[in-house]
Ligand binder design. Structure first.
Ligand code: DSN
Length: 410
């Protein structure tokens, strides 16, 4: 690699990160390992090309080859998500996809209704710290005592606030979304309905999670979580809304598309159309079930009591340590997770009373359900024995042995 010769400091950091990804166990629910083909597309000469506009309607010359790539990316995305009508594959991220949908659908000051951040929602669903909470009037729904979306309260808030747009989807919600119920609420109050399926996109594509297509006016997603593509986003809309959405992506919120990333998205969508991708997603779910069951047996409380998808939230409100402490303790044994707020959170988002655990990345490296149970035991041991240096070392050795048995794909 010439970077090693020309820019050793960057080469060394990149190599250290490669080793970290290989040796440690990745349980951040929003991360995954892409294939060698996806990496090849990301490192291609397509990064050199400006291609503002859409295939066949660009503002720059020389777009004949990137047009092929973007057309294929769009058509594969539409095949992958049954019932989708139109897609823009240019959003640089999920946040950009959401910003574009808001720009297409709303006027500044309009009301949006989304899931509360500490109940699992996302910053772009109306947090005061994000443009979605600054440009629009944001109101929020929450989960009920059982940890499920409180649909009665969603209906009550919608009737009272008359939102122009209802946002569904989450960053840390372990249960299925009921888009039929949300559609009925949106219709009753005349709201636009949006689903942000960034987390569950791979499950939706393989029919292992209810689909928002045919029910929601817009659907946004990232492409790098359960979908296992490059870091990026995309936005779908009903056919009659696509013109507005396309303008909201460019020139509304972005400049030139990242054509190398769009090529990598196309490659990932082809991979996701293979029958083996269904097997992968089934295993993601089986591993999450195995881990949730074992964590519960070991006495950990999970928000909502379990999971329907690829992630779970361990509620540490009653534990003698915080989410931040747990993240650090797990880091010491080579298990990577993120601290996460839980419903009725009493601590700050930098400390928190929970951790979020997900199975997409470990499943990509081939861990099965028995090993997922073992991972749950390793998590429990690492947290319970966090002050016992010798035991911490033993757990760390077991984590690394497990990872060594399951090489990462690229
Ligand atoms: N940061 C992503 C996640 O971890 O879920 C959401 O943007």
């Amino acid at each position: 690699m010439s970077i090693a010769k020309n820019d050793p400091v960057i080469a060394e950091a990149m190599e250290s990160e490669r080793v970290r990804q290989r040796e440690d166990l990745e349980l951040i629910a929003s991360e995954n390992y892409v294939s060698a083909d996806v990496l090849e597309a990301l490192g291609s000469v397509l990064t050199n090309k400006y291609a503002e506009g859409l295939p066949g309607k660009r503002y720059y010359g020389g777009c004949q080859f990137v047009d092929i790539v973007e057309d294929i990316a769009r058509s594969r995305a539409l095949t992958l998500f049954k019932g989708s009508e139109g897609v823009n594959v240019q959003p640089h991220s999920g946040a950009q996809a959401n910003a574009a949908v808001y720009l297409a659908a709303l006027k500044p000051g309009d009301t949006i209704l989304g899931l509360d951040l500490s109940n699992g929602g996302h910053l772009t669903h109306g947090s005061p710290a994000n443009s979605s909470g600054k440009l629009y009037k944001a109101v929020h729904y929450k989960v009920n005592e059982g940890g499920h979306i409180d649909l009665d309260s969603v209906r009550d808030i919608a009737r009272r606030e008359r939102p122009r747009l209802i946002m569904t989807g989450a960053s840390a919600y372990p249960r299925h979304w009921d888009w039929v119920a949300f559609r009925a609420i949106a219709d009753e109050v005349g709201a636009i309905l949006v689903a942000d399926i960034a987390h569950v996109a791979g499950l939706v594509a393989t029919d292992l999670h209810p689909t928002p297509f045919g029910l929601c006016d817009y659907v946004t997603t990232t492409t790098h979580k359960t979908l296992r593509g490059p870091r990026g986003g995309m936005a779908f809309a009903r056919a009659d809304l696509m013109k507005g959405l396309n303008s909201a992506v460019f020139p509304g919120t972005q400049g030139g598309p990242l054509m190398h990333v769009i090529a990598a998205k196309a490659v990932a969508f082809r991979e996701a159309l293979e029958p083996s991708f269904v097997d992968y997603q089934r295993q993601v779910l089986a591993n999450a079930q195995a881990m949730a069951t074992r964590l519960s047996e070991r006495g950990f409380r999970l928000v909502s009591g379990g999971t329907d998808n690829h992630l779970m939230l361990i509620d540490l409100s009653d534990a003698p340590y915080s989410g931040k402490d747990a993240e650090a303790a797990l880091g010491r044994v080579g298990i990577t997770v993120n601290k996460n707020t839980v419903p009725n959170e009493k601590r700050s988002p930098f400390v928190t009373s929970g951790i979020r655990v997900g199975t997409p990345a470990m499943t990509t490296r081939g861990l099965d359900a028995a090993e997922a149970r073992q991972v749950a035991d390793l998590i429990a041991d690492a947290l319970e024995l966090r002050d016992d240096t010798a035991r911490v070392e033993a757990v760390r050795a077991e984590v690394h042995a497990l990872c060594a048995r399951h090489p990462v794909p690229a």
